[in-house]
Ligand binder design. Structure first.
Ligand code: SF4
Length: 627
């Protein structure tokens, strides 16, 4: 198969490197010697998937074990798909060019709801029946993990099981269990027995062992396990201490022109700033920081093993790392002779972040991005952003003064309680930033040209957040707000981008959806929906047709305002953060009342530390770093 693909298929597709899989540090194991073989599937293109840290972590973790094997597969672009189908070839893994159905386990990472149809497409291309119930033992087990696994119900029919939480905590346990259930001369896994066993492991959710009943209004009455041996609530798995957890210091070096040319050093996991719209802030709690010594050691190994010249300090908010300043100083000192640069992918809206950026960016050609999220203070308080206009103006002034001339501001529209003034506030803020830039450039007698980009997305209510009780704004209303803002942003120095509100609507439907949506996904996929997040492939009308054919109203999921008592489709999956706490946060939002970060203040009792028996792991408390 490899020969056929290399000689006849790859020369005819765009970017053949997406499918070659022979990168530096990729692992090619003896297929025959591995006792459990898993393919890690990313339901988007190679260049998107290869910048995903989770893939690198799991790839290294499994392949470090002699008896196990993990290979990769990405969604093929449509030209590749056409050729595979025309030649009747199945989707294959990058390392061994083996058909996916030869693997024991096929694991999908679920990063974004709008890639769900790509999952079905990949299964179909692999010749694997879509529905779990139709797959005999001769097909791989299909497992999902990642953020969308916290409400995997729209995918429940297609998956055998899901991992809730930090996958590196549980993956080896899963594969060892699989090994124990391999049977017969074909060596396939006895799925029934395996699933019965694995369903009792913490963090594992086997949807077929849970029954969902609905009430007369179409909401959920209850979700119950069908047998007493599986837990009523599946509790997430959590890495308690990142210092002792596995971290790959020999990551695959992707073909350079497709992804960012840098290594990722994860400095901390979790965020407790409590932005009320943010799902990551709730599901990845609590905050766990790596110690500086470990980070320095890992950084040295990463650079030595990859040859990369840039280290990206990754996390949800790296400037919050309590020792960020000393860490950056030691990294810069360590690599000063090797010309290795440091970068921060996420900046907070404050002068401290700008100082950090200044320190690490020798060449200031790239722009800076700040995310005030909302245009007025009232609305920023509603979402608990914890940022004032003063913070923003101070930060941009610092950035302009330090030589940056391109600033990107990121906002959301359609946030709960939003008024016309809040939308107009976005434009006002953009003009203030521009004015500040002009003043500073004038003082510096600089002739450089300024560029302020206002990037606006539409709010999507997500499961496990205080805003899970919120109804999304109707598409037409979001479009009106987008146009209103457009009419206010008329300066040639301001660029205005906004996302397709119809895509955000579907995202909300699947983010809050239940099991009934499985048939819609299958119908939409059969009608040709895939790569939905790529505008050239997004077929909104086809999606609406699929909903109509299935007799399901998508507005029911996106526009309804559920009560506190309502059972959510994800109620049986527990992040450790209590529903009571989330509801209190929602009430506080309506009063524009703030909640402080528990790293700085008392614990407001989200519940995760007690419930999961974990604790905040900070290198330094109190002042210093961002704290
Ligand atoms: S339980 Fe308290 S300390 Fe722990 S993450 Fe939640 S709010 Fe913070």
């Amino acid at each position: 198969m490899r020969q056929l693909i290399e000689q006849q298929i790859l020369p005819r597709v765009t970017k053949p490197i997406r499918y070659q899989g022979n990168e530096f540090n990729s692992v090619h194991k003896d297929w025959g010697k591995a006792q459990v073989r898993m393919a890690f599937a990313f339901p988007d293109l190679y260049e998107v998937g290869m910048s995903h840290l989770g893939l690198q972590i799991l790839y290294g973790l499994v392949n470090d074990r002699e008896d196990l094997l993990l290979e990769r597969v990405f969604a093929p672009w449509t030209d590749m798909e056409d050729l595979l189908r025309r030649h009747n070839l199945p989707l294959f893994s990058l390392e061994s060019y083996r058909p996916l159905r030869d693997f024991d386990i096929l694991g999908f990472t679920l990063q974004y709801e709008m890639s769900f149809t790509n999952i079905l497409n990949m299964l179909d291309l692999a010749g694997i029946p879509l529905r779990a119930a139709e797959r005999s033992d001769s097909f791989p087990l299909v497992v999902g993990g990642g953020p969308c696994a916290y409400n995997p119900e729209p995918l429940a029919d297609f998956f055998d099981f899901f991992v809730i939480g930090d996958a590196e905590e549980v993956l080896l346990e899963i594969m060892d269990t699989a090994k124990a259930f391999k049977q017969g001369p074909s060596g396939r896994i006895a799925k029934g027995d395996f699933l019965a066993e694995i369903s009792r492991v913490r963090g594992i959710y086997v949807p077929k062992f849970y029954e969902v009943s609905y009430n007369a209004s179409g909401g959920i009455e209850k979700i119950e396990p069908v047998n007493p041996r599986v837990p009523a609530k599946v509790v997430k798995r959590v890495v308690k201490d990142l210092n002792t957890a596995y971290f790959p210091t020999k990551p695959i070096v992707p073909f350079a022109d497709t992804v960012h040319d840098r290594v990722m050093l994860e400095v901390l996991r979790g965020c407790t700033r409590t932005c009320r719209f943010c799902q990551a802030g709730m599901i990845y709690r609590p905050v766990r920081e790596r110690d500086q010594e470990t980070l320095l050691k890992q950084a040295k190994e990463l650079v030595r093993n990859t040859g990369h010249e840039e280290i990206s300090l990754t996390s949800l908010s790296t400037a919050d790392y309590s020792c960020v300043q000393p860490l950056i100083t030691s990294l810069m000192e360590e690599f000063k002779n090797e010309m290795v640069g440091i970068s921060l992918p996420s900046l907070r809206v404050d002068a401290f972040s700008v100082d950090l950026a200044k320190e690490i960016q020798k060449v200031r050609k790239t722009g800076l991005t700040f995310a005030p999220e909302a245009g007025t203070q009232r609305l920023r308080d509603v979402i608990n952003k914890g940022v004032t206009e003063e913070n923003l103006m101070e930060a941009v002034a610092g950035a302009f003064a330090a030589g940056w001339t391109t600033i990107k501001l990121y906002f959301m529209i359609g946030l709960p309680t939003e008024t016309k003034e809040d939308v107009a506030g976005i434009a006002e803020l953009a003009y203030k930033v521009l004015k500040k830039g002009k003043e500073i450039l004038k003082e510096q007698k600089s002739k450089k040209s300024l560029k302020v980009t206002v990037s606006v997305s539409s709010f999507v209510p997500k499961s496990h957040t205080p805003f899970q009780w919120v109804a999304q704004d109707p598409v037409v209303m979001l479009q009106e707000k987008q146009q209103y803002l457009k009419s206010l942003l008329k300066d040639r120095h301001i660029t205005y981008n906004y996302h397709d509100a119809r895509l955000s609507f579907l995202e909300a439907v699947f983010a809050k959806g239940d099991r009934k949506l499985g048939q819609v996904l299958e119908t939409a996929w059969a009608k040709g929906c895939k790569f939905d997040s790529w505008s050239e492939y997004f077929k909104y009308e086809t999606w609406l047709e699929a909903f109509r054919e299935c007799g399901i109203d998508p507005e029911f999921y996106a526009y309804r305002r559920p009560g506190f008592e309502e059972t959510f489709p994800w109620e049986h999956l527990h992040t450790g953060v209590s529903k009571k706490y989330l509801f209190e946060e929602y009430q506080k939002a309506l009063q524009a009342e703030l909640t402080k970060d528990c790293r700085l203040d008392r614990c407001p009792g989200c519940g995760v530390c007690g419930d999961l028996n974990v604790k905040l792991l900070l290198q330094r408390r109190g002042k210093g770093g961002a704290l």
